[in-house]
Design a protein around this ligand. Structure first.
Ligand SMILES: O=C(O)CCC(=O)C(=O)O
Length: 627
């Protein structure tokens, strides 16, 4: 069975079979949209429509109806105007109000006065869209992508009332795109009518390296990092008080998967003083305590605190973001003396104080498997970073949410849009020519290059779904809540000290459930289902897939982004059939779960004949399987 143009949704952004159907036309009966992107497509045609709605440059589709349904070619319309529509039995016109294309509208000297409606400098793209929409003539605007003056505005915008010619800036001699332009076209069919010539080809260029983002070079880019002041101006993230109750926070943010910043969580912490600078922190530990630290690409495991100190002293003298050599500690807070010392200084922020916060706590074997080296307890890390160090873009592992509290300094967070399909991994990376710079970094040189090439421009681009990246400045005393699945990168803008925790949130239960089904061991899902969840949560689970059988789990895939090749390979899934589970003789219907509140009492159980397995039984079964 061939599907020539569109493949499975997971390949959505890699597989294209694009045609341009551009032009001015007479009236044609158009097929109206059959679904919105929030509805899961049921057949190949709906799937293609779904993909088109997500893609920022898809104006519509032609279904040519030749061959079997699966063989019918699907062609993408970049700006559906209507020419030739009559030749095709089925046409879909996207409902999105703006189409975003790589390249610029070009105007001959003769046409300048008639085609260019207005030019503007230093305005945001939102302002440009609003102006164009309100103007009677304007059908779109072009702007050079790489604007260095500000994080939010573009240097120059050209508003147009017609598209006579289009250029995506390719230079055949150098095989490069020396000047990158972007064009937003107002998808208003009555306004567009007779304003676009029918022979314009804008299909090329945009899909270079499979990316919708044109400007991604790094290769030791030579530019400056934004200032703290500029980041502060660009930051529009919601802030709330840390006094919000656990219940309210869960309902308003964890359940709704909404990122937010909490203020005031550290007011009573000793860390406010003890971690107020790296210099002060250096007195907190014995010289002989051992640490792992990063300098440039090198990890120094098992280093003494005195070597961390002397390294810090040397680096501090350089004190420049442009030089490599920044120090970074990223230490897991497993129970030991260092952790005991640090724990005197901080507390879990109030909205996360909950003995039932982490579903993985209920599955200690699962947790140890995916977060090795742990000796139990919450998944927390202590992070120290000097000026100019940072992480590359990543998604936190194994479906975990995170809180992260900063005690001193400033961190720049780059948050990519979270809507499904909005951003593909490649769009967050340096160009392929700089692939070495895409490796993980904790260090100044690569971090600096990525931040000035990719991150600095991220909030000026409209990704698929018309979604945008956010730039955030985290200040001392602020706690970021990051729901799972968000691609993020974090740079230290000066000396920083932070503490963070990751956990499997009940707000993300569906994804945690998929994670356990795809990467857990026999017994894990039963332990979660029968012992950790309440009635309502069990219902949520059964809405995804029930009963759990060998056949039914085959189709389970994680629906979140698997970033950097990291994540769960569904083929590793190990299941027990329903029969096996039901036949367990040692299922125990009266044990409480680990001394905790008994959610699974008789009244609470649903009518699906649940049987309870004690936690001890679960561990025994687990040992059996692994012995
Ligand atoms: O704060 C940092 O330096 C990095 C935090 C982060 O991205 C993480 O823990 O996943």
């Amino acid at each position: 069975m061939t599907r020539p143009c569109y493949l499975a949704p997971s390949r959505r952004f890699r597989t294209f079979c694009l045609y341009l159907a551009f032009g001015v036309s007479s009236s044609v009966e158009l097929k109206s949209p059959t679904l919105t992107p929030s509805i899961v497509p049921q057949n190949w045609q709906d799937e293609a429509i779904y993909e088109c709605e997500v893609l920022s440059n898809c104006g519509g589709l032609i279904f040519d109806n030749v061959g079997t349904p699966e063989e019918r070619a699907t062609h993408m319309l970049h700006v559906p105007i209507g020419v030739g529509f009559g030749l095709y039995p089925e046409i879909y016109v996207s409902s999105k109000p703006w189409l975003v294309h790589r390249g610029a509208v070009t105007v001959s000297t003769r046409d300048v006065a008639s085609v260019i409606v207005r030019t503007a400098t230093d305005i945001t793209i939102e302002e440009a869209r609003a102006w164009c929409q309100s103007d009677e003539e304007c059908i779109g605007f072009s702007f050079p992508w790489k604007s260095e003056k500000s994080l939010l505005t573009v240097d120059e915008v050209v508003f147009i009332n017609a598209i006579v010619d289009f250029d995506y800036g390719y230079n055949a001699n150098s095989n490069t795109y020396p000047v990158e332009w972007i064009t937003h076209i107002l998808h208003d069919r009555s306004k567009l009518s007779n304003r676009i010539s029918d022979n314009i080809d804008i299909r090329e260029g945009k899909w270079q390296e499979g990316s919708t983002t044109p400007y991604r070079p790094c290769c030791s880019a030579n530019s400056t990092m934004p200032t703290i002041q500029e980041l502060q101006e660009a930051d529009t993230m919601e802030r709330i008080s840390c006094n919000i109750s656990r219940a309210d926070f869960y309902e308003q943010y964890e359940m709704t998967r909404k990122m937010v910043i909490l203020e005031g969580c550290t007011d009573e912490w000793k860390a406010k003083d003890r971690w107020s600078s790296i210099e002060r922190l250096l007195d907190r530990f014995d010289n002989e305590t051992t640490w792992e630290f990063f300098v440039d690409s090198k990890v120094y495991p098992e280093s003494t605190w005195s070597s961390v100190k002397s390294y810090y002293d040397i680096h501090k003298k350089k004190n420049s973001i442009e030089t490599s050599g920044g120090l970074r500690l990223f230490r897991r807070l497993d129970p030991d003396n260092i952790t005991n010392t640090l724990k005197e200084d901080y507390d879990v922020p109030q909205p996360f104080q909950d003995p039932n916060l982490d579903l993985y706590e209920k599955l200690p074997k699962f947790k140890t498997k995916w977060f090795p080296r742990g000796f139990g307890g919450p998944l927390q890390w202590f992070i120290v970073g000097s000026y100019g160090t940072g992480t590359g873009p990543h998604v936190d592992p194994h479906s975990t949410d995170a809180w992260s509290t900063l005690l001193t300094g400033h961190k720049w967070w780059v948050i990519y849009p979270k809507l499904p399909g909005s951003v593909s991994e490649i769009e967050t990376k340096c160009s392929e020519a700089c692939s070495d710079e895409n490796s993980e970094f904790h260090v100044s040189s690569k971090a600096n290059s990525w931040y000035v090439s990719v991150a600095k421009h991220a909030s000026k681009f409209y990704y698929n779904n018309d979604a945008k990246a956010q730039l955030i400045l985290q200040r001392a005393g602020e706690t970021i809540y990051l729901p799972h699945g968000t691609i993020h990168a974090v740079a230290n803008m000066d000396e920083t000290i932070a503490v963070t925790e990751k956990w499997a949130s009940r707000g993300n239960l569906e994804e945690i459930w998929r994670e356990i089904l795809t990467s857990g061991e026999p017994g894990d899902w039963q332990a979660l289902y029968y012992h950790a969840l309440n009635k309502e949560e069990r219902k949520r689970i059964r809405n995804i897939l029930w009963p759990i059988t060998e056949e039914s789990v085959k189709d389970i895939i994680l629906s979140h982004v698997i970033y950097g090749g990291k994540g769960t390979d569904p083929s590793t899934f190990r299941y027990e059939t329903e029969e096996e589970v039901d036949d367990e003789e040692d299922l125990d219907d009266e044990e409480d779960w680990d001394g905790e509140e008994d959610w699974d009492d008789e009244e609470d159980l649903d009518d699906d004949d649940e049987e309870l397995m004690s936690y001890d039984t679960y561990l025994l079964k687990y040992e059996d399987v692994h012995s």
